[in-house]
Design a protein around this ligand. Sequence first.
Ligand SMILES: Nc1ncnc2c1ncn2[C@@H]1O[C@H](COP(=O)(O)OP(=O)(O)OP(=O)(O)O)[C@@H](O)[C@H]1O
Length: 241
Amino acid sequence: MEQLTVKFGGLTALDDVTFDVRPSEVVALIGPNGAGKTTVFNAVCSLLRSSGSIRIDGSTVPRKTPQLARLGLSRTLQGLGLFPTMTVAENVRVPVAYRRNADELVGAQLERLGLSSIATRPVGELPFPDRKRVALARALANDPSLLLLDEPAGGLSVEDIDSLSDTVRDIASSGRSVLLVEHHVDFVMGLADRIVVLDFGRVIARGTPDEIRADPRVEEAYLGVAATNGNGSGPRTGAHA
Ligand SMILES: Nc1ncnc2c1ncn2[C@@H]1O[C@H](COP(=O)(O)OP(=O)(O)OP(=O)(O)O)[C@@H](O)[C@H]1O
C-alpha cells in the first residue's frame, strides 16, 4: 500500500502509511492501542474510505468489498465471526459455497488445520483454540494470495501459539502473503519476516525482528512494555480519543 491515509472527522487515523507484503512473506503490524492497525485492515478491505493506493498482485484494490475475494484477499476477525450453530465444515464452506469443487476446498483446509475429526461438530460447542482454527480454515478456503490475520495469537496458550506459528509459516511458504496484527510480541518476533511499527497512525519503524527489537523508537512507543513482556499490548488505550 502506498500513502494510505484515513481520516475520521478531525482525527487522522492513518497518515501516509506505505509498506508492502511480498509473496511467501509474513509481515506483522504492531503498535500501541489506537496506533491504527485495525484501520489498516479495514482500509485494505475497503470497509473505510481512504486515500492512497492498495494493490494486490499488482491490481488496484477496488472500493467494493465483494470483489476482494476475487482479487485474492481474505481476513480473519478478532471476534472470529463464526456461525455457532453451524458445523465446522459448514463454516469453512461459507466463502466457497458457490464453487463446484467446494467439498475439495473445504476438505483440504480441514486437513491442513487438523479439523477433519471435528468437521461435523457445531462450532458453538468447541473450545476457543479450535474455533480460532476454524476461522483460519475459513479464511484459507478461497485460496487467498493475501491473508490478513487479526490478532491470531490472542487468547491462545503457549502450545497453541507454537502450533499457530508453524501453520502460518506453512501458509506463507506456499507463496501467499500474510499480514498480521498482533499484540503478542514474542509470537511476532519468532514468526514475522518483517515488522512494521505504527504509532499515532504513522510508520515509526520497519525492519526484521532483530532490527525492530534494537530500535529505541519502538521501545519508546510501547513505553518499555514491548521490550520486556511477551505480551506487548500497548498502554495507550484511547490515546487518540
Ligand atoms: N470508526 C471510527 N470512528 C472514529 N474514530 C475511529 C474509528 N475507528 C478507529 N478510530 C480511531 O482511529 C484510531 C486508530 O484506531 P485503530 O482501531 O485502528 O487502532 P489499533 O492500533 O487497531 O488499536 P488496538 O490495538 O486497540 O486494536 C484510534 O484513535 C481510534 O479511536
